[in-house]
Design a protein around this ligand. Structure first.
Ligand code: DAH
Length: 346
């Protein structure tokens, strides 16, 4: 009986193929009886082995056992699968065989990223993060910062006022006042946060934006230290190759006041990024990143600091602007449209 082995293996292959298509436990049981039942194909083949020669018998016997085990295992596995599926559908109405639905993983907003990075850079230089409320009074937002009542920044057109005279802070500088009111020198803080101005949105303005403020007050603080601090910040944020410069400027709360520029991150300071022009720095080669200066003694007087004993420096930077430079974003309004496909790029 030379074909017994092939008969067994052929029957097994057919049975496994049929098994894959079955959808009920009854069908699986019927297949089991047909293959392995008392009058089934495998037992029948085993009976026929008696007529084989003594050499052939062990080999065919081995095949028969393997086929029997394979079928038993496959039938058992199929039963489990059907039972599990019917159990879940019955109990929960949930079909576990359906494909899953992908979940999006949340990301930190680029504004938060840049803000965290700034805080981290200044923390490494010994600055501690401080905080203040978005709703301020006129005194901390303006008067204590040596900004007189007739200053244009106080205009209704620039500031959101509440009917009771309070306002949405127009910069993070009032946090300087809060910190100095509550502690004596030395003070070394950075204050990141939201600011508000009645600006019409355009590629470089949004009415609700973010700044990070810095303040260092101690004995013998010098302009050189301010320069060193901003210099170090620029190199950590924008890389070692970036060039820096300081320009004289005016702010009511600092004297002297400066503006801090870095060489353009697009054209590398050459003013030529495409066809002799650079759209980012308008071909000037420079980008303004911060306002800063030595704290005006009038500010120290407002918080009761000894103007003979202490000096200090302060600085303020726009986070949206830093983000725009860092990620080469040409319109900061994009940061507020909450288009997930835009935000996912960072
Ligand atoms: N508060 C200023 C603004 O919003 C920025 C600023 C300039 C902050 C100079 C400072 C500073 O602390 O010293 O434009």
């Amino acid at each position: 009986m030379p074909n017994l082995k092939e008969t067994l293996e052929g029957a097994r292959d057919e049975a496994l193929e049929a098994l894959a298509e079955l959808t009920s436990e009854d069908e699986v049981e019927a297949l089991r009886i047909r293959m392995l039942g008392r009058k089934g194909i495998v037992p029948a083949a085993m009976k026929e082995m008696g007529s084989l020669s003594a050499e052939e018998r062990p080999e065919v016997g081995k095949v028969a056992n393997i086929v029997k085990n394979q079928l038993q295992d496959a039938l058992q596995a199929k039963l489990h699968e059907l039972q599990a599926a019917s159990r879940t559908v019955a109990v929960t109405g949930l079909d576990v065989t359906l494909p899953g639905r992908r979940r999006r993983i949340g990301l930190k907003h680029p504004i938060s990223r840049v803000m965290d990075e700034c805080v981290e850079i200044f923390r490494r230089q010994g600055f501690i993060a401080a905080d203040g409320p978005d709703i301020e009074n006129e005194y901390r937002n303006f008067d204590a910062l040596n900004t007189p009542a007739d200053h244009p920044a106080r205009d209704l057109q620039d500031t959101f006022y509440f009917p009771d005279g309070r306002l949405l802070r127009t910069h993070t500088s009032p946090v300087q006042i809060r910190v100095m009111e509550s502690q004596s020198p030395p003070v070394r803080i950075v204050a990141p946060g939201r600011c508000y101005r009645r600006d019409t949105p355009d590629p470089s303005h949004v009415p609700n934006f973010h700044q990070i403020e810095g303040l260092y007050v101690a004995e013998n603080v010098s302009l050189a230290e301010l320069k060193g601090t901003l210099y170090n910040f620029a190199h950590e944020m924008f890389g070692k190759d970036v060039k820096t410069r300081f320009r004289p400027h005016f702010f009511p709360f600092t004297e002297p006041s400066i503006e801090f520029d870095i060489s353009c991150v697009k054209c590398g300071g050459t003013g030529d990024a495409e066809n002799g022009r650079c759209p980012l720095c308008k071909s000037s080669g420079w980008l303004e990143v911060a306002g800063a200066g030595m704290v005006d003694p009038a500010v120290f007087e407002a918080v009761g600091y000894d103007t003979e004993k202490y000096t200090g420096f302060a600085f303020g930077m726009g986070i949206e602007r830093l983000a725009a430079l860092h990620y080469a974003i040409t319109d900061i309004r994009l940061l507020y449209e909450n288009n997930v496909r835009f935000l996912e790029q960072f």
